[in-house]
Design a protein around this ligand. Sequence first.
Ligand code: HAM
Length: 449
Amino acid sequence: MAASTHIFQAPKGMRDFFPEDMAVRRHLEQAWRSASIRHGFAEINGPTFEHLDLYTIKSGEGIISELFSFQRSGGDTDYALRPEFTPTLARMATAKGRSLPIPTKWFAIPDLFRAERPQKGRLREHRQWNVDILGVVGPEADAEVIAVAVAALRGLGLGPADIRVRISHRGAAASMLADLGVANDRMSDAFNLIDRREKLPPEVFAEQAAELGLDETDVTRLGEMICTRIPAVQSPTTIADRHGLPADSVNELETLSTELDRRGLLPFCDWDLGIVRGLAYYTGTVWEIHDAAGTFRALAGGGRYDHLVELFGGPSIPACGFGMGDVVLGLLLADRGLIGGDEMLLARPDVFVLSSGIDEAEAMLIPLSTALRDIGLHVRHTWKASRNIGKQFKEASNCHARLAVVLGDEVGDGAVVVKDLDAGAQFDVPLRDLSTWITRRLAGGASPA
Ligand code: HAM
């Protein structure tokens, strides 16, 4: 049969990960995992697909229209690839029921699938770090999850001049929308519209606002409201006074302000009435992290969802958390020059073993590499036929090896030359001492002369 000339490509909006891309992914995940663990969160995961209903119940129209749903061949049960992790987490909490420890602090790093129109910062598959606290009703939990998000971003080199945590409250937004005349049963649609406003041309926005009962003056007032943003070092009452926000939402934001302050986070945060979040289950504080210049889409989003576990049949457990995707974060870090050097990203070999090509060296190349790998070292050697030492040194330095072990003429006498490629220093080392010598050198200890 003739070979097919068809060239396959990854499906639209999906990504291939070459080694350098995997290195970036690992770099982000390390920062996420480290921040989660330092704050006392335990890692969980769930299935890649769930029953379709799990998402149609309470995630909201935005997510439902982006589902990849399917049935097993010959089956009639509807499934969907997970577009977000929160419903899975709520289902898992429900399964634990009353045995769920209070508080429960969980994190997860799932791959998620959304049939969005692929564009800068939005793909059809992304990896999303989720951090959630269940069982704590007060704003100290909201502050704690914000602290975890900021800790990871700081660990990646970003500061308050790069990222802003924009915080609002659904209760405050709902009260302002109600003032404008939005009916209670259309509130979720109104949140959805505000959340999507940057994707819509102004005339479409006005048209959809009119469907919610807003006239031209109301749309102008709505525009003013959603543009209101002040640094969180100022009290949230500054905004509350201007917009007549309800006392209970403002009290929550004030307590949150104190909790953020205790964690040194206020310089990273803004109060921003334009943040309402598109997902239907949020009930109180809502927030997103954006790059400070507003060049990219949101890096992260989250908030309080106090009724979701109960809605799934579990006990009444308050909850809050966030999701942070790898796509926009990767773009922002690249923009700031904080990723890209393969020295930082690709795993550096501890040792590169070189052979001069003499019989004794050739006989030792693989057994020595194996022995060093067996004691836990990352070891490489050339795969080329040439035994030109200069070329092998070039290979060693191209992959940023720390040490080069040269199997040369002295091998027969039980000795090798070791070059510390970082320090540029060279040593004669007896073969019998080699592993101890290397381990001490790599640990920064003094090398035997
Ligand atoms: P979300 O705002 O839909 O929230 O997503 C959170 C983050 O995931 C976004 O800010 C963005 O960085 C990333 N993200 C979302 N969709 C895409 C996409 N199509 N391509 C690339 N990145 C994307 C949630 O999913 C909530 N379940 C988060 C949460 C957890 N709330 C409470 N706990």
